[in-house]
Ligand binder design. Structure first.
Ligand code: ARG
Length: 302
């Protein structure tokens, strides 16, 4: 893990250099010192040679557009995360590392903010946001309308796609896909989409559901033989397969399709607009794909 982290940090720096060059060349608007505003506004089209932004049009609808163009003036953004979900967020040597912290670092390069990740329990993470304990949540969070309603917040445009998969022990012979979970004892992290996918999509009996405070505890229960399977996001499952060589495997294919978003309180429309503008650029430039290759390898549900 240490090596991955070091690699990622140097990648971050590499990407940052590339982004600075892009910023200088393409006018993201009035950014931090050294990036004087260019005559054009937020670019409607990607620079030559880049694919069109997938969600690019969203930036034009954002309110207020000023923040999207000018950034957040170096503002510190406190990011709440449940840092037990590698490769998206985990604690290494006392530091929160992973795809999400790296991605937020790149977003803030563009949006002129300074991210600070703070670990918090998944259970209660949404009420912590509505209580004002964090500026945003970024925690491999699947975009669900009820999460917006419950926390008085809005998700950014999607920044990554995953699917639920079934993680089993390598010697498992009875479970070959989600369809075989009907009679199985299944471990999930409470209140995740793995929880609902297991009960609602895979039809796991309520009596056979084992809910844990963290996904790491669910995986530990699987290794201990206390549950037959764990349902979680595919890159996280793949991370555990790699980390526990020869002990775990994934049964079948991903059986949901989900998008991750960053959750921003409704009273911070400037933050939402600035993050969306940055996400659109990172998508257009292929930077998110590069980051995914670093942290996830070829973990792709499609
Ligand atoms: N994507 C899933 C969900 O939103 C799981 C997220 C769990 N994230 C975490 N950091 N523990 O429900």
């Amino acid at each position: 893990m240490r090596t991955i982290s070091i690699r990622s940090r140097s990648l971050s720096i590499g990407l940052t250099t590339a982004l600075v060059a892009t910023l200088a060349a393409c006018s993201f608007g009035a950014g931090p010192e050294g990036y004087p505003p260019q005559p054009t506004e937020v670019p409607a089209a990607a620079p030559e040679g880049y694919p069109e932004p997938v969600e690019g049009e969203a930036t034009e609808e954002q309110e207020p557009t000023e923040a999207a163009e000018e950034g957040l003036g170096g503002r510190r953004i406190l990011v709440g995360t449940d840092a037990e979900y590698p490769p998206f967020e985990s604690v290494e040597d006392g530091e929160i590392v992973g795809f999400d912290p790296d991605m937020m670092g790149l977003i803030c390069q563009l949006a002129d903010c300074v991210p600070e990740f703070q670990s918090t329990a998944w259970d209660g993470i949404f009420s912590a946001l509505s209580a004002g304990e964090f500026d945003v949540l970024m925690s491999a969070i699947t975009i669900l309308p009820e999460r917006e309603t419950d926390s008085g917040a809005t998700f950014t445009d999607p920044y990554f796609s995953v699917g639920q998969v079934v993680l089993v022990r390598a010697d498992e012979t009875d479970i070959a896909s989600a369809e075989d979970l009907v009679d199985a004892v299944v471990g999930v992290q409470t209140g995740t989409t793995g929880d609902t996918a297991a009960t609602e999509d895979a039809g796991v009996l309520e009596a056979n559901m084992q809910r844990f405070d963290s996904n790491a505890l669910a995986v530990q229960a699987l290794l201990n033989g206390d549950v037959d399977a764990v349902v979680c996001d595919n890159p996280t499952a793949e991370n555990y397969v790699t980390a526990n060589a020869g002990q775990l495997m994934i049964a079948g294919e991903a059986f949901t399709v989900e998008d991750y978003g960053i959750l921003v309180p409704n009273d911070s429309p400037d933050v939402l607009a600035a993050l969306n503008a940055a996400i659109a650029r990172l998508k257009a430039e292929g930077t998110i794909d590069t980051l995914a290759e670093t942290w996830l390898g070829d973990a792709d549900p499609e």
